[in-house]
Design a protein around this ligand. Structure first.
Ligand code: ADP
Ligand code: ADP
Length: 235
């Protein structure tokens, strides 16, 4: 479903070049919960952002659903990106908008049919358990609830792929377990392929079936694993 082939990414800063990714190749299959782990600065976030071309590779190809995204421009790229949702460590919600509006804005940007936006937003907010919160603002929600809004917003346009950039790193252990269950349910029940970047080995081991370890911009190794299950924490 996703093939990253021989990708390198060089950043230029203060006239110096820095190789954040060095000849990376990996394949993510439909239905995977795929983990990318490594220490801070290893290149995880850059690698994840290449999958929807938020970062443009310096060389190599990024093939999603048979299309090389690096060859697409403008409208074609916008359409290809619509099959890819993304969530973030700090949730990235629009703070002066209600929960409902946060999802509606995403649907509007995706050019989702106007007459269906409200119903779709309510449906996806119900799916993440936030039906009672749609007219609240982000500041009135807990961290876990904010991440649920992020998830609802990412899923609103019915993507086939969900990219998760440190999705639980701002959350306590109980809330982490709760969000991991939501991600697992999205994978199982909606058939969404999930890619998770994290520096937390416990998070990756609990739900991922395949893991790439990044070190210094290079693939250290890729291994298939048996997901260990989500550990419950007591209060
Ligand atoms: P990780 O997510 O594993 O912490 P990143 O992908 O965020 O790693 O960053 C990898 C390396 O690339 C880091 O050394 C970082 O400082 C550098 N880097 C990331 N983004 C930029 C940028 N926009 N400009 C310059 N350097 C960057
Ligand atoms: P309507 O015509 O019913 O206002 P829209 O599709 O224009 O429907 O907007 C849907 C919702 O999204 C509205 O609540 C509006 O406040 C919000 N919205 C639309 N565009 C933006 C934008 N660019 N930035 C922030 N909020 C927006």
């Amino acid at each position: 479903m996703i093939t990253i082939h021989n990708v390198s990414k060089t950043y230029i800063q203060n006239n110096k070049t820095f190789k954040a990714l060095d000849h990376i190749s990996l394949s993510i299959n439909r239905g995977d919960i795929y983990g990318i782990i490594g220490r801070s600065g290893a290149g995880k976030s850059t690698l994840l952002r290449l999958i929807n071309l938020l970062e443009v590779p310096t060389s190599g190809s990024v093939i999603v659903n048979g299309q090389d995204l690096t060859k697409l421009k403008g409208k074609q790229l916008r359409i290809a990106r619509q099959s890819i949702g993304m969530i973030f460590q700090q949730f990235n919600l629009v703070l002066n908008k209600t929960i409902l509006d946060n999802v509606l804005i995403a649907l509007e940007l995706a050019k989702y049919p106007k007459s269906e936006r409200y119903n779709r937003a309510m449906e996806v907010l119900n799916f993440v358990g936030l039906k009672e919160y749609v007219y609240k603002y982000p500041s009135q929600l807990s961290g876990g609830q904010k991440q649920r809004v992020g998830i609802a917003r990412a899923l609103a346009n019915k993507p086939k792929i969900l990219l998760c950039d440190e999705p639980t790193s701002a959350l306590d252990p109980n809330t982490t377990a709760e969000i991991l269950k939501v991600l697992q349910s999205i994978n199982k029940n909606l058939g969404v392929t999930i890619v998770i970047v994290s520096h937390e080995m416990d998070v990756i081991k609990s739900i991922c079936n395949r893991v790439t370890i990044l070190d210094n911009g290079k693939v250290y190794e890729t291994v298939e694993i048996e997901p260990k299950g989500i550990r419950e924490h007591s209060h």
